[in-house]
Design a protein around this ligand. Structure first.
Ligand code: SAM
Length: 216
């Protein structure tokens, strides 16, 4: 096997940024240890791929900070047999982490060039359990619903109703909700009485733009 020059950087990222901040799910830690994050950013940013901050991916968008990816993923509590919807494919890094941890990922991106590039990267890496769509993710993916998990990787002023409707009973959704500068990262669980909300802390994400998000 070809050796990976970034393996040590990835190990340090997991130990110093993720385990040290309290992420415990072994499957999440293994996925973060395995997925080559440097292959999801442009060549000139590869050396920064494992640093403790987001990075630009073009089109004014970003790849999230590693810890935030781990925190959001752990919150979904994936065991391996789930169907997960992701809103905001971006460069596809979070998509790859989800693809490692569940049965099938449905991912939606509104910017066609990002979706195409993410699909290329994931295909090149051998992921065959991901469905891609270009469009407004605030509408969800009704034909494939219900979902056991929904991950929204852009910030919304409110929880889009179609996403609540497409969450299976017992399913979990992670979404940053707030204004355009800061948001609360919410874990939403669908329970027989309705929905249960838990705050996972303050975050700052790019805008979720669409019918049920921000207007352009
Ligand atoms: N998870 C991504 C990754 O690993 O690169 C990071 C995603 S970035 C923080 C948020 C993404 O959400 C952007 O690519 C943006 O274009 C996309 N986005 C914003 N509004 C959207 C919508 N309504 N539907 C789908 N994607 C949307």
């Amino acid at each position: 096997m070809k050796s990976d020059p970034f393996e040590l950087a990835r190990k340090k990222m997991v130990e110093q940024q993720i385990i040290s901040r309290g992420i415990k799910d072994k499957r999440v830690l293994n996925a973060m240890m395995k997925v080559p994050r440097h292959l999801f950013v442009s060549k000139n940013l590869m050396n920064q791929a494992y640093e403790d901050h987001p990075l630009p991916i073009g089109e004014g968008q970003t790849i999230s900070q590693p810890y935030i990816v781990a925190l959001m993923t752990e919150a979904l509590g994936l065991k391996g047999n789930e169907k997960v919807l992701e809103i905001g494919t971006g460069c596809g890094y979070q998509t790859a982490i989800l693809a490692e941890l569940c049965d099938r990922v449905y991912t939606i991106e509104r910017i066609p060039s990002l979706s195409i590039r993410a699909k290329d990267t994931l295909t090149h890496l051998g992921y065959d359990n991901v469905e891609f769509k270009v469009g407004d993710g605030t509408l969800g993916w009704p034909e494939a619903a219900p979902f056991d998990g929904i991950m929204v990787t852009a910030a919304s002023p409110k929880i889009p109703q179609p996403l609540i409707d497409q969450l299976a009973m017992g399913g979990k959704m992670v979404i940053p909700v707030g204004d355009r500068l800061t948001q609360d990262l919410l874990l939403i669980e669908r329970v027989p009485e309705g929905i249960k909300k838990t705050s996972l802390g303050g975050v700052r994400f790019v805008d979720l733009i669409g019918k049920w998000g921000w207007q352009e």
